[in-house]
Every structure is written in C-alpha cells, then in structure tokens.
Design a protein around this ligand. Structure first.
Ligand code: KG4
Ligand code: ZN
Length: 336
C-alpha cells in the first residue's frame, strides 16, 4: 500500500510517501529560521508559510519517491492538535489532492504520529508503556495493542519541550531551546546545581514542569544579580538531569506496575541525546523503541505510518466512508 501524508500542525511543513513500512520520501520544510527572530512560533506567519511551500513539498515528495498521483492508495493528514490556521492549510491540501485524484482521505492525530514514528524501521511490541514527550505534550500511556491506548499520566502544567524552550530563552540560547540545552548539557556538570524534582514522589504518573522552570529561571537571576560567574554548560546539565530523573523515574514505575518490558518513546524531546544515553544504560534490560533522530520532531512520515496502522484497524464499512469525503475538520486541542 502506498500512502501519501501531509503534516502542518505547527512550524514544519512536511509531505511524505511511504510504501508498506518503507519511507520513500519525507520532505520537511522547517520554519525555525523565520520564527527564531520572534523567540517562538507566530501562528499567523506559520500558516502563511505553510501555504507558500506545501505544494512544492508535495511535488518534491512525489518526485523523490518516483511516485505518480495515481499510484497513491491512501491520503493521510494531521487533523490536530495544533495551530488551527496551520492545520487548515494541510487538511485543505490533502483534501484537494484526494478529491482531484479520487483517493480515500484519512485523518490522523498528531500525537499518534509521534507514537508511530517509532514504528518506522522497527516492530512495535505490546503491551507497552509509551512516553510521549514533545513541545506541547508530556504523557505516559499504557498501550494494550495498536490503537488501544490509555493515558495513565500527563503534565499538570507546562509540557517538557515548552519547559526546555522557556529555560533556553532566559539563558539567551534562542529558539527552539531543546537541542541547544541538550548540546550544552553534555559538556557540563549535572550535579553542580540542585533543582526541585517536580512530583517525583507522587503516587501517580503525572508530571509538573512549571515549578522547575521557575526555580531554574530564579536561580539564573540570582546568579546574575550577585554577579557570580557560572558556566551555562553546568546550568543546562543540572536542569537536564532533573528533567530526565523525573520522567524516567515515573516511566520505570509504570513499566513495573504494568508488568511490561516494552517501552516506546515519541515526540520532539525524544531527540535528546542525554535521554538516549540514559536509556541505553538505565533501561538496557528493556525493549526500548525510540525513533531515529529525523523522525522525532514533526514530519509527515510518522503521520503516514500512524495512518497505515489506523487504516488497518478500520472495518470495511469505515473504509468505504473514507471515499468521497474530502473535508477534514481540523482541531486545535485534544479536548475539542
Ligand atoms: O514534537 P515536536 O516537534 O513538536 C510538538 O509536537 O510539540 O517537539 C518540539 C519540541 C520543542 O520544544 C523542542 O525544543 C524539543 O521538542 N526538542 C528537544 C530536542 N530536540 C527538540 N528537547 C530536548 N532535547 C532535544 N535534543
Ligand atoms: Zn509534534
């Protein structure tokens, strides 16, 4: 089965073609250079930029995959959560392609995309615990099987990626902050500063990052006010250690309680090198499936893969309903 997928939920425009489990193309136009001037994503600029490049991304994805529109069996598109204006661009582009070429159109949840990024070049085993860590979400999920997911814990306030980005902004590292903090953290002393470990001891699988963010920012102000010299590497390293200790403690607890050895990681923060190093030592006895770097942050190949597994679960009647329906209603939040 050949799947064409579109992703435009935030600041990456991406179009991908996959055949069965193989990625034939995964074109990504990142808007980071545009938004970094403003220190974060500007929604209106994001949607305009998606509009400018999406058809070029489509052409390139088809050409790179040596695929013609008539070869496509299924079109998938991210319907949410995300920035509403950005999602409209992707859903309209996907719907137009499906209508013009008379192809079935399937909507995919962006978070399912992050989970199924791990299925690219890997076989997912169930039951599993899924740790979903992105710019907008921090969730622990118990997965009985494909598309049989139960959220067992989530953040009470800021998402983990958001916390990275805000701390990086205060440290003057620019946007997006996650990769920059990660790089500096690898060169610093992780026990130089002690920051609070939010909700680490609570009897649940929830997280909180807002207090940690404030503690890190306050410490930075204090050091500056006292004119005390400090190494930004030590600061980043201590912050990253605190974050990783927190999420990995709860992840381990969930693996034990749900009696499974299978751990799936997804989301932009899964690109974190410190996290990957910790997983290869602390979780070496587990079957850890983590996406390759290029599939961690937003991309359409993960949407295609999530669409493939979602389509497989549909009844024949539901598959029929995907035909002749070229309108997908995007949504900005999970709750809508
Ligand atoms: O999954 P994603 O591309 O977008 C959302 O769906 O939210 O995640 C983007 C987030 C940003 O907050 C970015 O700073 C973070 O992922 N990120 C990282 C790293 N690479 C990206 N955070 C920590 N370490 C990294 N290496
Ligand atoms: Zn994402």
């Amino acid at each position: 089965m050949i799947i064409l997928a579109f992703e435009s939920s935030c600041d990456e425009t991406s179009v991908s073609v996959i055949e069965d489990n193989k990625v034939l193309s995964n074109v990504i136009f990142s808007q980071i250079d545009i938004h970094k001037l403003y220190g974060g994503v500007v929604p209106e600029i994001a949607s305009r930029s998606h509009q400018q490049v999406i058809t070029r991304c489509l052409d390139e994805a088809l050409t790179t995959a040596s695929t013609k529109p008539e070869d496509i069996d299924l079109v998938c598109v991210t319907s949410g959560p995300g920035l509403i204006g950005s999602l409209i661009v992707g859903t309209v582009a996907a719907g137009s392609f499906a209508l013009a070429n008379k192809k079935p159109l399937l909507e995919v949840n962006h978070l399912d995309g992050h989970i199924y990024a791990a299925a690219i070049d890997n076989e997912l085993k169930f039951p599993a615990i899924i740790l979903l860590i992105s710019g907008g979400h921090t969730e622990l999920i118990f997965a009985e099987n494909h598309y049989n997911f139960k959220i067992i814990g989530s953040t009470m306030d800021d998402a983990i990626g958001e916390c990275y980005d805000k701390v990086a902004r205060v440290l003057g590292l620019g946007y997006p902050g996650g990769p920059k903090i990660d790089k500096l953290a690898c060169e610093g002393n992780p026990v130089k500063y002690h920051f609070p470990q939010p909700m680490i001891g609570t009897d649940d699988y929830n997280f909180s990052f807002s207090g940690l963010k404030s503690a890190v920012i306050n410490k930075h102000h204090q050091l500056q006010q006292k004119n005390e010299a400090f190494l930004v590497e030590d600061f980043c390293s201590s912050f990253q250690k605190t974050v990783l200790d927190t999420i990995l403690t709860k992840t381990q607890k969930a693996l034990v309680y749900y009696r499974t050895n299978n751990l799936i990681i997804g989301g932009g923060v899964a690109a974190n090198k410190g996290l990957r190093d910790r997983l290869s030592t602390q979780f070496k006895d587990y079957n850890v499936i983590i996406p390759k770097f290029e599939y961690c942050t937003d991309n359409a190949a993960m949407i295609a893969m999530a669409g493939k597994y979602k389509y497989d679960q549909l009844s024949d009647k539901d598959k029929q309903l995907l035909k002749n329906n070229y309108f997908i209603k995007p949504f900005s939040n999970k709750e809508e």
